[in-house]
Design a protein around this ligand. Structure first.
Ligand code: NAD
Length: 253
């Protein structure tokens, strides 16, 4: 028994990509999801909720910009208010912007860190307040922050690298309360973020990069989602403070 059935999860950036795939993976495991979404986002969160419902699960979509601490607090309070518990928090929301160092203004740097790093802190902080024994958190980093140098993305790399230190520290702090915290480090995963040719590789770049990955392809959102599901389940009950790289072997060759 993975212990997931009947649990309640909060997922930031839940309208698309990995977050949306995670809500579906949780639905299949009997977990109810509260999906935070960026109110200005083009992705429609009702599609993610519909996926969950067609799998026989339950999900709520709540506007929550992770650069707004009050909105993140409300997201967490919704889990308690609607379902009476919070067992899982997944800090998945993130932006990717291309900016060579010559164009890296303080403003661009600060905007990135507010979403991709401080956004993680905001969820971890609010969730830690409400979670009890058996709680689990996961933050989504990136190979660009974990192990791989990617030019033109210094702010993204710094934020994603910061996430790893943040998680390592809070895992120690929360372990005595029976709460675990881990990070996943995706490689190249086909999602709206990586398909954006202005800020990432785009469809052609992804197809080309996929051929040089040992597995011969880029990853799917559900492959990262199932790793997160594992880390937040009782199957990972003695795993905390760790980083799991999900990259098809990209960084080991
Ligand atoms: P995605 O763009 O589909 O998902 C990111 C989600 O975050 C979107 O739904 C977006 O609306 C949301 N978001 C953006 N800013 C937000 C804000 N301020 N508040 C709340 N939500 C916000 O792409 P994805 O690939 O599924 O991204 C999920 C996570 O995975 C991100 O943290 C991303 O950096 C990370 N990641 C992705 C890849 C990849 O190759 N796709 C690789 C490494 C890491």
């Amino acid at each position: 028994d993975d212990g997931l059935a009947g649990k309640v999860a909060v997922i930031t950036g839940g309208a698309s990509g990995i977050g949306r795939a995670l809500a579906l993976a949780y639905a299949r495991a009997g977990v109810t999801s509260i999906l935070g979404y960026h109110p200005g986002d083009p992705h429609d969160p009702t599609a993610a909720v519909a996926d969950v419902e067609s799998a026989g699960g339950r999900a709520l979509a709540i506007p929550a910009d992770v650069s707004d601490p009050a909105a993140v607090r409300t997201l967490v309070e919704t889990a308690i208010g609607e379902f009476g518990r919070l067992d899982i928090a997944v800090a998945n929301a993130g932006i990717l912007r291309r900016a060579p160092i010559s164009e890296m203004t303080d403003e661009r740097w600060d905007d990135m860190l507010s979403v991709d790093l401080t956004g993680v802190l905001r969820l971890v902080r609010s969730a830690a307040e409400k979670m009890g024994e058996g709680g689990a958190m996961v933050a989504v980093s990136s190979i660009a922050g974990g192990v791989y140098g990617w030019g033109d993305h210094a702010h993204y790399a710094a934020a994603k690298s910061g996430v790893l230190g943040l998680i390592r520290s809070v895992s120690v702090e929360l372990a005595p309360r029976g709460i675990r915290a881990n990070a996943v480090i995706p490689g190249l995963i086909e999602t709206p973020q990586s398909l954006d040719a202005d800020n990432s590789l785009g469809p052609d770049g992804l197809a080309k990069a996929g051929r040089s990955i040992p597995t011969g392809r880029v990853g799917r959102a559900d492959e990262v989602a199932r790793t997160i599901r594992f880390l937040t389940s009782d199957d990972a009950s003695y795993i905390t403070g760790q980083q799991v790289i999900v990259d098809g072997g990209l960084t080991v060759r």
